[in-house]
Design a protein around this ligand. Sequence first.
Ligand code: ZN
Length: 384
Amino acid sequence: MSKTKERLLITFIVGIVLFYSFASVCAVGTNHISSVFYHKTSHDMCVEIGSIVLQCKKDPEITMVHKKDINNGQQEALFIVKNCVVSSRDCVAKIKSIESDADDRYHTKIHAAPDKQGLYVRITYDKQKYMVSCDTYYSIGLQPSMVFRVYNKKLLKKLQEHDDPLLRLASNDPPRIIIDCGHGGADAGAIGPSGVAEKTLALSLGLLLAKQLQERGYQILLTREDDRFLSLDQRTTLANNDDADLFVSLHANSAHNKQARGIETFCAIANLFKIVNAKLSNDQRMMRKNFVKKRYAQNSALAKLVQQSLIASAVIMQRDVKDRGVKHAAPQVLVGAMMPAVLVEVGFLSNEYEESFLLNKKYQEIIVKSLSYALDRYIKTFLK
Ligand SMILES: [Zn+2]
């Protein structure tokens, strides 16, 4: 190779190395939105009329830019998520669908801030009727998340004096329970060594549970009654719009460690959520605090009853069943639910021994019976 060619080649290689180093330095500071969820309630009897959840790759740096009056009694709350971008096609599409939602109570716009400073989240609403707050939290798997909530101010105020865990001014008679059969359609969930899919098991358990609870006199709703895909926010939107009194999501676990097994129940609690300064008045801050506390207060009691009942029954067949306990966490499906809600992991499909129990009809019946007993006891103790 001639000297000139050699020099050219070296310059070319050095150029490439410099370009990639520069690009990676720039990328270090950038946060990316990884998932977007939109929970909403179409009627006005719900305290939280809508919530937008943005999950990202790194802890979000979020502040309120302003809260200002615009025209016709409308107020605009503008937040900035610093150094954050939306690059995934799915997230862009979801944001478009949120922005084009024809709800005349509030409007949302999520777009890049000027000079690539980050991402703007802009919510406009009637300031007489609604207020907006934002919390950060870690969703399950330590996924950094933020939730923007739009509250019905009148109801929020009324519920400050009203000591009801349902956070509604009227409840159903008989109580209405929504059973969420995890996964479905293209989303199979975990797959056991025998090839059974979590979505199939969740559906069988859900249908059995519905029957048991109907026999106890409850109104039952299922998020799905066949093998179909439903997003997590569609599930809670269904529960909120149908005014369910209780929400139970059914799942089976999976782990890389094939030895892992046992039963666990998840529930969200208030202190998982950290408020972002949204320039609320003292009065509004108190109302929001009181609401969040009440909203999640009963979840632990419900989860404890469910977990204890499941273990006490499972042990009849699986003598050495492992009690993994109640876990305080915020799976996405629980964040949007406006009623006491739990997510149950009935066992590990990835563990061959536990899978054999989960596929056993008799064991399924035992599990379902204990769940129906726990939900019935919870309603009779706390909701009556
Ligand atoms: Zn699952």
